[in-house]
Design a protein around this ligand. Structure first.
Ligand code: ZN
Length: 366
């Protein structure tokens, strides 16, 4: 069975204006390009086309999520707030999150893309799927759009899997370099969703994503954070998968795995200070695929989050899609040989110490 792929041109029309990376321009900040601009995603799709892999993927057509579907996760006030800014034509959802005319509809299309990816995977139309959607979603909480995110795409797709497709247990494995705080918050007291986030320690949001944040109430034990030290490379990520992610999944036995997928842990990303490589992302995808084959009939759906290196994110995306689909293309990562020689790509003792601390949480899972 093939791998599904969600994309729509309108994802690139969500307007984040002429902010300077993450700051609004003004008399002390020269106007520039917002970090979350269309180019990185456009280039991921372009490389998929040039590699020939796009032709082998099954196109899944996105649709706008309905307000009812979005409201399974968000408050009506939040949905209204985003719509009002979008209708007005310009504004900030809360912090660092500018949007423009049409962004509300495009955000609905992103959420609907995540829903359709999950729908196709669970119904067995495709083996697995990648939704290259925009704006991203994993920082958005029930009532706040933040960190470039308007609606929580992955969380909305989780609720679709449960309410419409009848699944009981879903796991999310977030490898974006930033903490998946929104996904965590939405399911914090809910044992029907295991949320796992691997991220750079205390990067964004501030004071978020520590190991002690382990869920509450009935959801206690079902949120796992692995706050990796800056400088972590493929060795640390693979160790975190071996010691935390895979054992947690084996214990939890999800019926579906959703990956909020960011490539901003890449070694040359402007917003992260990690050293992941395309090969590293390939390894994580392979491990997850093997786990999913054992646990949940191979069901994996990925929703695109961050990744801000225009030059590098496409190679990470290609590696993940090659691995998901089981098809290697003729294109090699041009950065690969250089990155492989960097120091510290193997797991370092201080990184393993954090991973082993997080692994203790898995022992305590019921
Ligand atoms: Zn990110």
């Amino acid at each position: 069975m093939a791998t599904g792929f969600v994309f729509h041109e309108l994802y690139l029309w969500h307007n984040t204006w002429n902010w300077a990376q993450v700051f609004p321009p003004g008399l002390t900040v020269q106007p520039g390009t917002h970090a979350e601009n269309p180019e990185t995603k456009r280039r991921i799709r372009n490389l998929l086309e040039v590699s020939g892999l796009l032709d082998k993927l099954v196109a899944i057509k996105p649709r706008e999520a309905t307000v009812e579907e979005v409201a399974r996760v968000h408050t009506q006030a939040h949905i209204r707030h985003i719509r009002e800014i979008s209708d007005k034509g310009y504004g900030d959802a809360s912090q660092l999150t500018p949007l423009g005319s049409g962004s509300y509809e495009i955000a609905l299309l992103a959420a609907g893309g995540a829903i359709e990816a999950v729908d196709a995977v669970v119904k067995g139309k495709v083996a697995n799927a990648y939704a290259l959607i925009r704006p991203p979603g994993h920082h958005a909480t029930k009532d706040v759009g933040m960190g470039f995110c308007l609606f929580a795409n992955a969380a909305i797709a989780v609720r679709h899997a449960q309410k419409v497709l009848g699944l009981d247990r879903v796991a999310t494995v977030d490898w974006d370099v930033h903490h998946g705080n929104g996904t965590q918050a939405i399911f914090y007291d809910d044992p029907s969703v295991l949320t796992i986030s691997l991220h750079q320690d205390n990067l964004f949001p501030a004071a978020s994503g520590g190991i002690a944040e382990n869920g509450e109430g009935k959801g206690r034990g079902y949120n796992i954070n692995v706050p990796l030290p800056p400088g972590s490379g493929p060795g640390a990520y693979v160790a975190a998968f071996e010691r935390v992610v895979l054992p947690a999944l084996a214990r939890y036995k999800p019926e579906l795995i959703i990956v909020p997928s960011g490539f901003d842990a890449g070694g040359v990303d402007p917003l992260g200070r990690m050293m992941m490589s395309a090969e590293g992302y390939r390894s994580l995808t392979r491990m997850l695929k093997e786990a999913a084959a054992d646990l949940c009939n191979g069901r994996i759906a990925m929703t695109h989050e961050g990744g801000y290196s225009e030059m590098y994110a496409p190679y990470c995306g290609l590696a993940v899609l090659e691995e998901l689909s089981g098809r290697k293309t003729r294109i090699d990562d041009p950065w690969g040989p250089m990155m492989a020689q960097w120091g510290g790509m193997d797991a370092q003792p201080h990184q393993l110490a954090v991973i082993d601390e997080a692994a203790q949480l898995v022992q305590r899972m019921s």
